[in-house]
Ligand binder design. Structure first.
Ligand SMILES: Nc1nc2c(ncn2[C@@H]2O[C@H](COP(=O)(O)OP(=O)(O)OP(=O)(O)O)[C@@H](O)[C@H]2O)c(=O)[nH]1
Length: 452
């Protein structure tokens, strides 16, 4: 049994420099989908703890994970088991990946046991082998439960330690966009995004163009870029250049398609029977430069693919953002509670105690921007009565998220903000600070009494 499960077959033909590996149920489904789509110039591998799921796949290279640990069954939603299973068959993985690979795509559904646990082990192996590694992963929707979401987040953070770049696809959007579709069909839509991402990057390298983009260009843009977003759009007829750009940037399943702030763009334009005109190329580049905010370095290429007929295709891949463009992975705004009890004088009117009226104030504190006092407003302020609020227990702080924060400068700023928020708010600042956050005042400038 063990031997049979550990077995994998190498294809006879020379292996490609680009490989795509599906890890766990979701990852393997995505790779099965790609294989059926027939993306050129790529070797497909699937690996899973669940042997039955692999038996049903026609992908040629299969690596059984956890041959003795799980004996062909799944990892039971336990990432540690998934990681252990990958470690058990590390040498098998090394054989398939060590074979002439320069670039590896790892596809996995995060949140379960195998994908979440094994994919980071595979990513670390790829780093050990000095392979340019790109992850395309899905994050579960809240409807799948908090535990899955938390596991997925941990898996993504772990992956981020080893991969060069990562695209995170939100399964939550599946529920919103394709809520009425049967689950398997809705998942296929996400698989399609995974496939488009891999196809887009792989074909930039493998399909030769007039102005050619090669592996080195892709490496320049992707290496250690942490996060990328991408899309491919097709269009035909009048205005096809801009229509294709807009379609590429409007993929409904990507969490973000805003390329503002990107420093590097790879642009690949492919024509079918009607070759792209030089003016159209200029139009596309100019519009991307505009959308990216002028600073972006655009590497572009163009080629020909007869399968497109009268259409053109535009693939845009953007990396090197200051802030993670993926909204799901942006840090949550932190709610902090300041108790004013200690700062207030004795209440003047027993019937309407100040302490109850303004017991606790919640302030939304964006971790990105440390608190800085704003200059006193010049115009006359609006004076507002703050109604009594029920006592609230201070909320516990949300855990800071790992993936998506890159610059050291930002980390320092965050640390400063963290420190600052733990300091007591000086009494003299409270008034101004309330004004800053709520746009109204509770005290007159020369008073420390509430207004009627
Ligand atoms: N896009 C897509 N996502 C999927 C699919 N199947 C599962 N997922 C997502 O991936 C997450 C993990 O599920 P699986 O990949 O089946 O789990 P696993 O990694 O095999 O882990 P175990 O079953 O515990 O061994 C799920 O919570 C889903 O959000 C699929 O076919 N397509």
């Amino acid at each position: 049994m063990t031997e049979e499960l550990a077995n994998f077959q190498f294809p006879k033909a020379a292996s490609s420099i680009i490989k795509v590996i599906g890890v766990g149920g979701g990852g393997c489904n995505a790779v099965n989908h790609m294989f059926e789509e027939g993306i050129k110039g790529v070797d497909y591998i699937i690996c899973n703890t669940d042997s039955q799921a692999m038996d049903n796949s026609s992908v040629p290279i299969k690596v059984q994970l956890g041959t003795t640990l799980t004996e062909g069954r799944g990892a039971g939603n336990k990432p540690e088991k998934g990681a252990e299973a990958a470690r058990e068959n590390y040498e098998d993985l090394k054989k398939v990946l060590g074979d002439n690979t320069k670039m590896l795509f790892i596809a996995a559904g995060m949140g379960g046991g195998t994908g979440t646990g094994a994919a980071p082990v595979i990513a670390s192996l790829a780093r050990e082998l000095d392979i340019l590694t790109i992850a395309v992963v899905t994050i579960p929707s809240p409807a799948e439960g908090n535990k899955r979401r938390a596991q997925a987040q941990q898996g993504i953070d772990k992956m981020a330690e080893f991969v060069d770049s990562m695209l995170v696809i939100s399964n939550d959007r599946l529920h919103h966009i394709y809520g009425d579709l049967p689950a398997s069909q809705a998942f296929k839509m996400a698989d399609n995004i995974v496939a488009t991402a891999v196809k887009g990057v792989a074909e930039i390298i493998t399909v030769h163009g007039n102005v050619n983009i090669d592996y080195t260009d892709v490496e320049t843009v992707m290496q250690k870029s942490e996060v990328f977003i991408m899309g491919t759009g097709f269009a035909t007829g009048e205005g096809r250049a801009m229509d294709a750009v807009n379609a590429a940037l409007e993929s409904p399943l990507l969490d973000s398609n805003d390329i503002y702030g990107t420093k590097n763009i790879l642009l690949n334009i492919i024509s079918g029977s009607e070759e792209i005109r030089i003016g159209e190329i200029g139009e596309i580049i100019e519009s991307l430069q505009e959308k990216a905010g002028k600073d972006a370095d655009i590497i572009w290429g163009n080629g020909y693919d007869e399968r497109l007929g009268d259409k053109i295709s535009v693939t845009i891949l953007a990396t090197s953002f200051d802030t993670n463009p993926n909204k799901e992975l942006q840090p949550e705004k932190e709610v902090q509670n300041f108790n004013l009890d200690d700062d207030l004088e004795e209440p003047v009117d027993d019937k309407e105690p100040i302490n109850e009226a303004v017991e606790t104030i919640n302030i939304e504190l964006n971790k990105e921007k440390p608190y800085e006092p704003e200059p006193e407003p010049e115009e006359e302020e609006t004076i507002m009565f703050v109604p009594p609020q029920p006592k609230q227990k201070p909320k516990s702080k949300p855990k800071p998220k790992g993936f998506g924060w890159k610059s050291k400068e930002k980390t320092k700023t965050r640390e400063k903000a963290e420190k600052k928020k733990d300091e007591p708010v000086p009494e003299s600042n409270i008034d101004n600070w309330f004004y800053k956050n709520f746009g109204s005042k509770i005290f007159n400038d020369d008073e420390d009494q509430p207004l009627d």
